[in-house]
Design a protein around this ligand. Structure first.
Ligand code: URA
Length: 240
């Protein structure tokens, strides 16, 4: 038998299916992008030697690819136009406009790609962090959102779905303002986080999740394995 060239164990990527696949888990749909371009970009993104500048660029590109799947159910209305050849009824994104909500800080890295794909969307902001005294709970430390989100299609963006606590809290925060239709766009998810979301999300919310990849597990520090490290630090540098 041929010997491996190295003595480290490299985690391989599961075999590729031919399309993005959608899994129904409880009341939620999970779309996993499944595409050679996504796999290539994700591999460069994960590499610890990739610079912050390249990392930011790749996050933007990956989000644009995810946006294509995430907006599949976007509400549109008929729009009559005239082409140079003939009149026709086209489509136009419906009112009220969709809203994109990055979860601070790492979600900001996904905003540029998302707004490129839906330039007419409104943008809100949500800052959440773990409550150190009650680690299973989240504190909202910043929010810039319309008071009324009823009838709005909301896109929550946060690169890493790790424990799932922030995503559930952020979705419920939007739901308290009337949102009933929430799509979370993450780059990498841990199975533990997906399970937590499935078990804790209010089933009356039409909740969908779009990810580039589902990784192996969380480690004891709640980092995704193999993951890509701390997404905020890799986007913006270490603050402390
Ligand atoms: N947040 C990150 O930035 N990375 C992880 O692996 C988990 C949570």
């Amino acid at each position: 038998m041929q010997k491996p060239h190295h003595n480290r164990s490299y985690r391989s990527i599961p075999p590729r299916l031919s399309h993005a696949f959608v899994v129904r888990l409880g009341t939620m749909n999970i779309t996993v992008l499944n595409h050679p371009l996504v796999e290539h970009k994700l591999t460069v993104l994960r590499d610890k030697n990739t610079s912050s500048a390249t990392f930011r660029e790749l996050v933007s590109e990956l989000v644009m690819l995810e946006a294509y799947e995430a907006t599949r159910d976007l509400d549109v209305v008929d729009k009559p136009i005239e082409t140079p050849v003939a009149p026709m009824i086209g489509k136009h994104i419906a009112e009220p406009r969709p809203i994109i909500v990055p979860v601070l800080r790492a979600g900001l890295g996904m905003l540029d790609g998302m707004t490129k794909m839906i330039p007419s969307a409104e943008v809100g902001f949500l800052g959440m962090k773990r409550d150190e005294e009650h680690p299973t709970q989240q504190i909202t430390y910043a929010n810039r959102l319309p008071e009324d989100l009823s009838g709005r299609q909301c896109f929550l963006i946060d690169p890493m779905l790790a424990t799932g606590g922030t995503l559930v809290a952020a979705t419920h925060y939007l739901a308290e303002r009337g949102a009933k239709d929430v799509t979370a766009v993450c780059i990498i998810a841990a199975p533990e986080g997906i399970q937590f979301v499935e078990e804790h999300i209010d089933p009356s919310i039409d909740f969908k999740l779009v990810v580039c990849a589902v990784d192996e597990k969380l480690n004891d520090k709640c980092y995704i394995v193999p993951g890509l490290g701390d997404a905020g630090d890799r986007l913006y540098g270490v603050i402390d």
